[in-house]
Design a protein around this ligand. Structure first.
Ligand code: ATP
Ligand code: MG
Length: 563
């Protein structure tokens, strides 16, 4: 997929078939009074860029149609879930700029109702307690080509089932000894309808309900009913649930629910060079391959946030990819260019020298310092910043050359005997180099052209170009963390030879322990994005201390051609 700006702009208007469906629903005779959607994460990890798409879709759809969107934790797997994940998910949604309707909801707060509905199904002869173990149940289930066989326990009487289910709830059976199943159709061509499990025994305490339950409903038995309880009108999920829709509808049909939500599926967001699965991302964290869920290389919302991606850019990207039913892999470069576009317009400007070369100005007095003032942003009104200038400066090593034969157009930087402009300061002329015993340049002696701050020099002093700099006496040392894509493989979780955990780009993190920043960066706020002039987009990291500033590189200024 191409990712230049023009494509990005036109893609921003891409279609959203769900919106079309809702527009039609709103015109129909039995139009819902209000559109109600929900975002239903399982709190078993941190949210990633794929969830951002689902969040934008669910919350964005509610906003567009003046409806509401609930946040519901789909917490039916207590073993894998935790309060830490719940808090992180709430933080991420708020940061993206969305507000859920009323209080946070939990599937677990419907456990009583779900239990009563399970009893209801038993009473109607639509559910039974089955003693097949997992392996036997699998064998009875058949497969895509073989129809299933009825369980020998399928014809238990209603009263026996009621007694057994009550005993399951009371903790009267060992884990895995039996389960509650719906009585649907073991011959169905849809495997999901072959007497799916509704409840299993799990002797695990739950982050919300503690030790109240030792049986837990299966996702399928909980999801649609929770939607019905909350009066969800449009239950939007990803395509892998398409085959579950008949079951979703079967439950709503066979239970005395007060409302009938409808399920719609859209295609998952997949990005190249990226893994989008909480379970897989957790492996990266657990194996110590990354430094936590919010490592700036992670495609998690918290990782992207720490990396300096903005909520605006992520939302724009989600708009750009659109909502369809066709699967496809999106180029991660498209996300990166959405971030770049946002930062290009909105990031503050600052100067930081990464690989310093000392410049001594022969015609500036020792100890003299001048305070210059520079706009924080070239176009937006973000105020001014103070920039000290002195006799001793740092410029980038690569911005100087001794080679006087270098053409002015070819090398728009400092060359011995020639002029260059220091950004926001004077035009200077390089006069002499000082080398160490091994012949390395360690210092340049230069002189300023007086009167050139904010003013064009006389034609004979015309600079080759503009370079960034800091005053060596005033600059503050900082650590820079330069990130590249985490994986070396475009489809890391589909590689046949190696697991994704072994396809890590060895250069995904490079630490520059000491770079030199202009002093105004001492006040850089965490998450406030900067363009370090001519270097890249950076953001202050939470690891910064008063003694040591730390900046993460969000992205280089331009997409590298090698990729
Ligand atoms: P994961 O495999 O990462 O755990 P999931 O689908 O199991 O993903 P949930 O917590 O159940 O994670 O997801 C909450 C919502 O986010 C669901 O509606 C799900 O369909 C949606 N979602 C998850 N991953 C993506 C994705 N890559 N693209 C779009 N939507 C997604
Ligand atoms: Mg899941």
């Amino acid at each position: 997929m191409s990712n230049d700006n023009s494509t990005a702009e036109s893609a921003a208007k891409t279609s959203n078939f769900i919106h079309q469906i809702i527009e039609d629903d709103l015109k129909s005779a039995d139009a819902p009074k209000q559109i109600v959607t929900r975002f239903p994460p399982e709190p078993n990890g941190y949210l990633h860029i794929g969830h951002a798409k689902s969040i934008c879709l669910n919350f964005g759809t509610a906003e567009k149609f003046n409806g509401v969107c609930n946040l519901r934790f789909d917490d039916t797997n207590p073993e894998k879930e935790s309060q830490e994940y719940i808090e992180a998910i709430k933080r991420d949604i708020r940061w993206l700029g969305f507000t859920w309707h009323e209080d946070v909801r939990y599937t677990s707060s419907y456990f009583d109702q779900l239990y009563n509905w399970a009893v209801y199904l038993i009473e109607k002869g639509n559910a039974y307690v089955c003693d097949l173990n997992a392996e036997q149940a699998r064998a009875y289930r058949g497969d895509f080509t073989t129809p299933g066989k009825n369980s020998p326990y399928r014809d238990r009487s209603i009263s026996e089932n009621l007694t057994l289910f009550a005993k399951m709830k009371a903790g009267g059976f060992a884990e895995g000894f039996c389960s509650l199943r719906a009585k649907i159709d073991m011959q169905s061509s849809n495997m999901n309808l072959r007497d799916p499990m509704l409840y299993r025994i799990l002797n695990v305490s739950h982050h919300q309900t503690g030790d109240q339950w030792c049986i837990y409903p299966i996702y399928d038995f909980a999801h649609g009913q929770s939607d019905a309880i909350e009066g969800i009108t449009h239950s939007i999920c990803t395509l892998e649930f398409e085959g579950h829709r008949p079951l979703y509808e079967w439950f709503l049909e066979h239970l005395p629910v007060a409302s009938t939500p409808r399920q719609y599926e859209f295609s998952r967001l997949e990005l190249n060079y990226t893994v989008t699965s909480k379970r897989k991302l957790k492996q990266l964290v657990d194996k110590g391959i990354v430094n936590g869920w919010d490592d700036p290389r992670m495609p998690t919302i918290s990782g992207m946030r720490r990396r300096g991606y903005t909520a605006t850019a992520i939302r724009k990207f989600c708009d750009m990819v659109g909502v369809t039913r066709s699967n496809g892999v999106v180029d991660v470069g498209m996300l990166e260019s959405a971030v770049r576009e946002d930062l290009e317009v909105n990031a503050k400007r600052a100067m930081c020298v990464i690989d310093p070369l000392k410049v001594t100005l022969s015609n500036v007095a020792e100890g003299a310092s001048e305070m210059l003032s520079l706009a924080v942003h070239p176009k937006l009104d973000m105020g001014e910043r103070e920039l000290p200038f002195s006799k001793y400066l740092y410029i980038e090593k690569q911005d100087f050359s001794e080679d006087t034969s270098l053409g002015r157009k070819k090398f728009k930087r400092l060359v011995i005997g020639d002029y260059v402009r220091l950004r926001g300061a004077y035009v200077i002329k390089a006069e002499q180099v000082i080398k160490d015993d091994s012949g390395q340049i360690i210092e340049v002696i230069a002189s300023i052209v007086p009167g050139t701050v904010g003013a064009n020099p006389a034609p004979e002093f015309k600079p080759r170009g503009v370079i960034h700099w800091v005053s060596a006496c005033h600059a503050v040392p900082c650590e820079l963390r330069i990130y590249d894509r985490l994986f070396s493989d475009a489809t890391p979780d589909k590689n046949k030879e190696k697991p994704f955990t072994e396809l890590i780009n060895p250069d995904s993190l490079q630490v520059i322990p000491r770079a030199w920043a202009e002093p105004s960066l001492l006040k850089a706020e965490i998450e406030s994005g900067y363009q370090f002039e001519r270097t890249g987009y950076f953001v202050a990291d939470a690891d910064s201390t008063p003694e040591q500033l730390v900046f993460n590189q969000t992205l280089p200024l331009r997409e590298s051609k090698a990729k």
